[in-house]
Design a binder for this molecule. Structure first.
Ligand SMILES: [Zn+2]
Length: 257
């Protein structure tokens, strides 16, 4: 699939629907800081989990500050949020929270924003001449909804058909982890993993299937604890019904030993 053309999702989510957001140029965004969005549209985008682009929306000055500078700034702002909520920051239990949250944001859960943390692409020749699909299933997904900053947790199943290269299997886990470690939208995460795999493997023949539970659905709003969200991206040979079915059969197969 070429970016921007009809992503296939099991959910009836219209991916590029922008709901009247005026998309600003980079310069406008940098000077304004934030998008001007009507309050009712803010709720609509959040509740429907709409994304506005495949690229994570980052400013051009996103990495001008060092990690330490970022932690220092976030710490101050998070302390202010807690203060506004009425919490007593002199209480011993709360004292370290702003620092902990800031460090966690920068060094852990949003570390995938920074391109320097991107896993290196190491490929090997396909010496065995194995030309069937390779499926890595049940990869843990821990990501964060960018509309509510709450986690979504699930599994990714990723497949490719070699075009002459093979990839270290743990590399696929690392690609999933890297793109998950951002404020995300599940549809975008699915596409970003697929695109990265295509680039790394120099093939169009990739499939990515993610099923996850969103805490912003289970702990607030509709408070639905049962439902999960499935997003899929099929590219190249995976658009063929038999190949797609074979991939799904592999995912469904009970191979736990
Ligand atoms: Zn959300």
């Amino acid at each position: 699939m070429i970016l921007g053309q009809e992503p296939v999702f099991l959910e009836s989510v219209t991916f590029f629907k922008t709901f009247g957001i005026k998309l600003m140029s980079k310069e406008e965004k940098n000077s304004a800081g934030t998008l001007e969005v009507e309050p009712e549209i803010i709720e609509e985008i959040g509740d429907n989990h709409l994304a506005t682009s495949i690229e994570t929306p980052l400013r051009s000055d996103a990495f001008d500050l060092s990690e330490e500078e970022k932690i220092e700034k976030i710490k101050i702002h998070f302390a202010e949020i807690m203060h506004v909520l009425g919490l007593d920051l002199t209480d011993q239990s709360l004292q370290g929270t702003p620092q902990r949250v800031a460090k966690m944001y920068v060094k852990e859960i949003f570390s995938g924003l920074n391109p320097k943390n991107k896993p290196k692409a190491s490929k090997f020749d396909n010496k065995f001449d194995y030309n069937d699909m390779v499926v890595v299933k049940n990869i843990d997904v821990t990501s964060f909804c960018e509309h509510h900053f709450l986690p979504f947790l699930g599994k990714a199943h990723v497949a490719y058909v070699s075009s002459g290269n093979v990839i270290g299997l743990s590399k696929i886990n690392r690609i999933v982890e890297y793109f998950s470690s951002r404020p995300q939208v599940q549809e975008r995460l699915t596409l970003q993993i697929a695109e990265e795999l295509k680039k790394t493997m120099q093939t169009e023949d990739v499939a990515v299937f993610i099923e996850s539970k969103h805490l912003c659905v289970s702990t607030r709003g509709i408070k639905d604890k049962q439902s999960s969200t499935v997003t899929v991206e099929y590219s190249g040979v995976f658009n063929e019904e038999t190949t797609k079915q074979k991939f799904i059969d592999y995912i469904k197969a009970d191979t736990e030993m």
